[in-house]
Ligand binder design. Structure first.
Ligand SMILES: N[C@@H](CCC(=O)N[C@@H](CS)C(=O)NCC(=O)O)C(=O)O
Length: 215
């Protein structure tokens, strides 16, 4: 029986990761889309999806999953028979790919968000000074990313074929560069080229078209 997959998609969000991977895997899925209300997810959408009310959320039959990295791991383990996007348990490359899946949230997005939250919430003192302090993390992250990219034999992190690592990292990099979170006055040309290469894939374009994703 064909999988019954539904992706709860909040506009301008990490949900593009799950849509992109679903397209790469050639899976059928339904998108339940919500625009943002005052920058956040509409309460009725949160209620319908359940859980913490953060997106993406994905259902597959009776199973409900949250966290974009967890969704990526589930989809790859369940539907990627080629193991191209995430190698099997025990294969060292699996952990190299998962390192990026985790780093995209727990390191890159975390360091970018610290700056965004300071901009939104710091009511006294000098936000620019706070930002300058926090930007050191972001710069280090991006320099590391660019150095790792040069070790690849192709345009993506593990050669010329996209893996779960690229699908996770792409959104965090776009998020940081588009809002200049710690990157003001600096150029990360390799990262910019990488983002363009990710966005030129047919699967990414299809995911954008199907979901209506816009940053
Ligand atoms: N670590 C989570 C983060 C999920 C998350 O924070 N999602 C944001 C959008 S990118 C969200 O749903 N925000 C809506 C809200 O807080 O109302 C993941 O990777 O899925």
């Amino acid at each position: 029986m064909a999988p019954q997959i539904t992706l709860y998609f909040l506009q301008a969000s990490r949900c593009i990761r799950s849509a992109w991977l679903l397209e790469e895997l050639g899976l059928d899925y339904t998108v339940k889309f919500a625009p943002r209300e005052n920058g956040a997810a509409p309460p009725v959408f949160k209620k319908e999806a359940g859980g913490l009310g953060k997106f993406p959320m994905l259902t597959d039959g009776d199973l409900t999953l949250a966290e974009s990295g967890n969704i990526a791991e589930y989809l790859c383990d369940t539907y990627d028979t080629s193991r191209r996007f995430l190698p099997d348990l025990g294969n060292p490359k699996r952990y190299a790919v998962l390192q990026w899946v985790h780093a995209s949230e727990a390191t890159f997005a975390l360091h970018g968000l610290a700056i965004l939250y300071a901009r939104w919430n710091q009511k006294s003192g000098n936000v620019e000074e706070t930002e300058a302090g926090l930007s050191k993390n972001v710069i280090k992250d991006l320099e590391y990313f660019e150095a790792e990219l040069t070790k690849s034999s192709g345009k993506f992190l593990f050669g010329d074929e996209v893996t779960a690592a690229d699908i996770s990292m792409h959104f965090s990099l776009v998020f940081i560069l588009a809002r200049e979170l710690g990157t003001k006055g600096r150029k990360f040309e390799r990262t910019e080229k990488y983002i363009k290469d990710c966005e030129a894939t047919e699967s990414y374009r299809k995911a954008v078209q199907k979901s209506g994703h816009q940053l």
